[in-house]
Design a protein around this ligand. Structure first.
Ligand SMILES: [Cu+2]
Length: 354
């Protein structure tokens, strides 16, 4: 693969040099003879601009058709709906403007190609036209930015109430740990200095002298109750990480030495999400590929791949080291009842260090 890439780059560099010498030659000719392209060339180039326009549009349509289904499924959090709306409005605007301006650009290139009996018109400027094409983008962009700021403020305005669940996400090379605040809903103080305590059983460095930490629960699989606000407090042990929960449209950097925050309300349970036709179809496609690969593995006398099942994931979205790609934790969204049942089975910090 690396060899192929190197060869491709070398070929591209060679083509670039060749093109540059050609341009250099053309500039040399121009000094002796002002005509560097014939009218026939101009006509051909003009028509090629049209061909290229058709190519761009066709490849756009093909991309939508071929890869439209790799997008994330419907958002599984409350604010995610707002976030998606903002993104789709931005996409639609960009798509519309791109389609129109690209067509105009290529149309004018063709229309004003060099013709034998026409002379170029010298047209210095037009204040009214310039005003129009400045003010329209200004208004549209200002609208988009204001709408974006409004959405951002709504999402980032974390209002903690009695019902909120406080969860710490603890990032380290290369895994995640989650800590629930326990009965008191207050996370105990923590510091990397305490990681060595209790023969390494103090997984996230809880300060054992802080009474708030005694009932804290550290887990390696994140469970969340549906319909309840979850306030995440992020910490990192070593380098910059980024807690990324794509299905909930959530991402926040985890910075060593400080606590960052993000909050959302999960609106769909894992079970509900698996039932969505869009998600089911995606799972089916993945399993088809896994099945094909399994056939090969079986032929080689190896174990076949397990069937994939949809699960929410917490991923790291900051290249944080060699095993960054594998830094993930499963998230299970379930009913309040199931969640409480699960949480009651987990050992508290006091129990772990006994
Ligand atoms: Cu990471």
């Amino acid at each position: 693969m690396t060899a192929l890439l190197t060869i491709t780059i070398l070929v591209l560099i060679a083509i670039a040099i060749w093109q540059m010498t050609k341009i250099f030659q053309l500039t040399q000719v121009a000094r002796e003879n002002s005509q560097v392209a014939t009218y026939k060339d101009n006509d051909l180039q003009g028509k090629l601009m049209y061909v290229f326009l058709i190519f761009i549009y066709l490849i756009t349509i093909y991309s939508f058709w071929a890869w439209g289904d790799v997008l994330l499924p419907e958002s599984a959090s409350e604010h995610g709906v707002e976030y998606d709306r903002l993104m789709w409005i931005s996409f639609a605007l960009i798509f519309f403007v791109q389609t129109v301006t690209q067509a105009l650009l290529h149309y004018f290139s063709y229309k004003y190609r060099g013709l034998e009996d026409t002379k170029a018109l010298f047209y210095a400027d037009n204040d009214r036209l310039e005003f129009i094409w400045t003010i329209i983008p200004v208004i549209v962009l200002a609208g988009l930015i204001l709408y974006g700021l409004y959405t951002w403020t709504n999402i980032m305005n974390i209002e903690e109430d009695d019902d909120s669940l406080v969860v710490e996400l603890y990032a380290q090379q290369f895994n995640w740990k989650a800590r629930y605040a326990g009965q008191d809903n207050v996370l105990g103080d923590a510091n990397v200095r305490f990681l060595q305590d209790y023969d390494g059983k103090n997984l996230v460095g809880i300060d054992s002298s802080d009474p708030n930490g005694q009932d804290d629960i550290v887990v390696q699989e994140l469970h969340l109750p549906v319909g309840r606000q979850v306030i995440f407090k992020m910490r990192s042990q070593d380098v910059l990480h980024s807690a990324y929960m794509p299905h909930f449209r959530a991402q926040m950097n985890c910075v060593p030495g400080m606590i960052t925050e993000f909050a959302f309300v999960p609106t769909k349970t894992t079970q509900e999400m698996r039932m969505f036709p869009e998600v089911a179809a995606k799972v089916q496609r993945i399993n088809k590929i896994r099945h094909q690969n399994s056939q090969e593995l079986i032929a080689n006398g190896e174990e076949p791949l397990e069937a994939y099942q949809f699960d929410f994931l917490l991923l790291c979205n900051k290249i944080c080291g060699a095993s960054h790609y594998n830094m993930q934790m499963k998230i299970i969204v379930e009913s309040e009842e199931d969640f409480n049942k699960w949480l009651a089975q987990q050992a508290t910090f006091a129990e772990v260090i006994q």
